[in-house]
Design a protein around this ligand. Structure first.
Ligand SMILES: Nc1ncnc2c1ncn2[C@@H]1O[C@H](COP(=O)(O)OP(=O)(O)OP(=O)(O)O)[C@@H](O)[C@H]1O
Ligand SMILES: [Mg+2]
Length: 272
């Protein structure tokens, strides 16, 4: 697939020293990262390593205990609601499981952010809804109800909604989860298309290796609440790090123990 160069020099998101504790456990324990502008960055790592928690910080749903999160020039940590709403206008989010409103048609779901955040006329809203549905390959589906379409189509409607306000950045949490491999690869193709055609910065959380390597310009590997390694897909594929090697190849034996005693598991939890 056609990939752009990894480094065009500009970061649209910078995270420094991000710490988040739940009780006495630091789930994020000093995360530093940069998201390059206009490219696809995949944040990966094992279950429970803090990927979704990190994503929730990036979209302002969680406040960190320590650290900075700069999005397009604004530090969003502790930012007042009005200013935060301005930053939120710059990004869209594709939640795991699509999260459509079941009592609304496909068209109404896509129109929702336009109705909430703009005072565009009904006529213009209908045109934008049409264009966005066309972009995700769902021309003419405006009047369908969510229960009348498949899981993959729901994801695409959710994506049309996420890009309704022409965001600079789209965040995806496990976009392929719950989809068959072919439908999941179609979603990957859409992420690539949106990134390449509309120059949207994409931040994708995933533990699907195939998908990650298909779409990533940059990869960030999280482990125990920290960034273990970053690099291009090629660099991560060829890393010498045994943990990442095992993770990338999905092997049961290696740096990550398959057989564990409950004591060792608890000890590992306490050490994170
Ligand atoms: N609101 C919360 N309160 C307490 N603990 C939490 C909270 N949210 C997340 N955690 C804990 O933080 C850790 C990281 O969770 P997170 O959901 O970020 O993992 P993840 O990397 O997204 O995992 P997965 O790949 O399974 O989705 C987990 O141990 C989880 O139990
Ligand atoms: Mg998660």
């Amino acid at each position: 697939m056609n990939k752009t160069k990894l480094d065009n020099g500009k970061s649209i998101i910078t995270v420094k020293g991000l710490v988040k504790r739940f009780g006495d456990r630091a789930v994020l324990d000093g995360v530093d990262l940069e998201i390059p502008d206009g490219q696809i960055t995949v944040i990966m790592g094992g279950s429970g390593c803090g990927k979704s928690t990190l994503l929730r910080h990036l979209v302002g749903l969680y406040q960190p205990d320590e650290g900075e999160i700069c999005i397009d020039g604004d530090n969003i940590v502790g930012l007042e609601t009005k200013k935060m709403n301005g930053v939120k206008r710059k990004f869209g989010m594709l939640f795991q499981g699509a999260a459509l409103f079941n009592s609304m048609t496909v068209g109404e779901n896509v129109a929702l952010p336009l109705r909430e955040h703009t005072d565009l006329s009904e006529e213009i809203i209908q045109i934008i809804v049409k264009v966005k549905l066309e972009l995700v390959g769902l021309t003419g589906f405006e009047d369908f109800m969510p229960h009348q379409i498949s899981g993959g189509m729901k994801k695409r409607v959710a994506l049309a909604r996420a890009i309704a306000l022409d965001p600079k950045i789209v965040f995806y949490d496990e976009p392929g989860a719950g989809l068959d491999p072919i439908t999941a690869s179609m979603i990957d193709q859409l992420i690539l298309d949106l990134s390449r055609k509309l120059k949207i910065t994409s931040v994708v959380v995933s533990h699907e290796m195939k998908s990650a390597f298909r779409i990533a310009d940059k990869m960030i590997v999280l482990h125990k609440g920290r960034v273990l390694e970053t690099g291009s897909a090629e660099q991560i594929k060829n890393t010498a790090n045994p943990y990442i090697q095992q993770f990338v190849h999905g092997e049961p034996e290696g740096a990550i123990p398959f057989r564990q005693t409950s004591e060792a598991y608890l000890k590992g939890l306490l050490e994170t």
